[in-house]
Design a protein around this ligand. Structure first.
Ligand SMILES: Nc1ncnc2c1ncn2[C@@H]1O[C@H](COP(=O)(O)OP(=O)(O)OP(=O)(O)O)[C@@H](O)[C@H]1O
Length: 317
């Protein structure tokens, strides 16, 4: 059985909107508009979409915070809202904007309290904590009150807090938002390691697509509450015809009207000395060969297609 299953899942919100100078009328917003998804044990899934697409609303229904308007949802074989307490023992949640740590207590004390709340055996707890401390480099601030931690330090603390009871599924809402480069790297490496071990299922929402590229084999894109793509990043590139780009710096300018099989010239700069091609073929070999025969090559670079561009096109379509 899938660890996470959504069938025709919907969430409508009734909002009041201005309709004239004083009059307000009710309108229904379909925040999640019929989502069908199955996520298997050990998958790492990026759940992305533009602002207001319905990502947080989905996560809230998966974690038992919001009741669906209709449809079915199950996580670890449980129904999130009616079985919320049992579910809490099986999942970990990190929502960037909300903390599960005690503001005035040192990080270490928050972890100790969580052990009691979740009734984790002392040895298990100590083992997991030791691993998190090592991988997330927590040593320097375990005794610092949470209110004094930097955002990056706190996020590393939040991740630890979410994992100490050994959850099967980890839900992360914008885990790297606002973090500096070093903390981002630490969080990503940690999650990658967690994913590689294969026993935790991870669902991640983010606006930082580097998170997804680094961590997720599967990418689910939603827009207006519906799934618009479900597959690998490669499948997304293939669907949108993304091309690798070859940039060549040449000793002599490229002759006018130059064409080559397997590539399309897209720009010519530096008085014809720098040529950029979109690679249509799988390999750059023949194109490079032609260029080398034409003029001596000073430099060459291959630029992989940018996922930001592809996703922007997907959102716009
Ligand atoms: N409590 C609420 N009451 C009314 N409307 C809501 C509520 N929560 C969300 N919405 C609306 O539902 C839609 C989906 O919102 P949601 O927060 O799930 O999007 P999101 O994809 O997480 O966006 P973001 O990337 O901006 O966080 C939006 O139109 C939002 O305004």
């Amino acid at each position: 059985m899938a660890v996470i299953e959504m069938r025709e899942l919907r969430k409508d919100f009734v909002v009041r909107v201005k309709a004239g100078r004083v009059r307000r009328e009710k309108r229904t917003v379909a925040a999640v508009d019929g989502i069908d998804l199955r996520i298997e044990r050990g998958e790492m899934v990026g759940y992305i979409g533009p602002n207001g697409a319905g990502k947080s609303t989905t996560l809230k229904m998966l974690t038992g915070v919001l009741t669906p308007s209709s449809g079915d949802v199950s996580v670890c074989g449980l129904r999130p809202v009616p079985q919320r307490t049992r579910l809490a023992l099986r999942i970990g949640v990190v929502f960037g904007q909300r903390s599960q740590l005690w503001w005035d207590l040192p990080l270490r004390e928050s972890f100790r309290l969580l052990r009691h709340i979740y009734r984790v055996p002392a040895v298990e707890h100590a083992d997991r904590l030791r691993r998190c401390v090592a991988l997330l480099d927590l040593d320097g601030f375990l005794d610092t009150p949470v209110r004094q931690l930097s955002l990056g330090q706190r996020m590393r603390g939040e991740l630890t807090a979410a994992l100490l009871h050994g959850p099967e599924v980890l839900f992360l809402d914008e885990p790297t938002i606002g973090l500096d480069v070093v903390s981002k790297q630490a969080v990503r490496s940690f999650l990658a390691e967690l994913g590689a071990a294969g026993d935790v299922t991870l669902v991640l929402t983010t606006h930082d697509l580097a998170d997804i590229e680094r961590l997720c084999r599967r990418l689910v894109v939603i827009d207006h509450g519906r799934v618009v793509h479900d597959g690998t990043i490669e499948a997304l590139h293939a669907r949108y015809g993304s091309r690798r780009r070859l940039v060549a710096d040449l000793d002599a300018p490229l002759p006018p009207g130059f064409t080559v099989e397997g590539a399309t010239l897209v720009s010519l700069e530096a008085d014809g000395h720098r040529a950029s091609f979109d690679l249509v073929a799988d390999t750059a070999g023949p194109v490079v060969g032609r260029l080398a025969a034409l003029s001596s090559l000073r430099d060459l670079s291959l630029v992989e297609p940018d996922i930001e561009d592809v996703v922007a096109r997907l959102y716009a379509s």
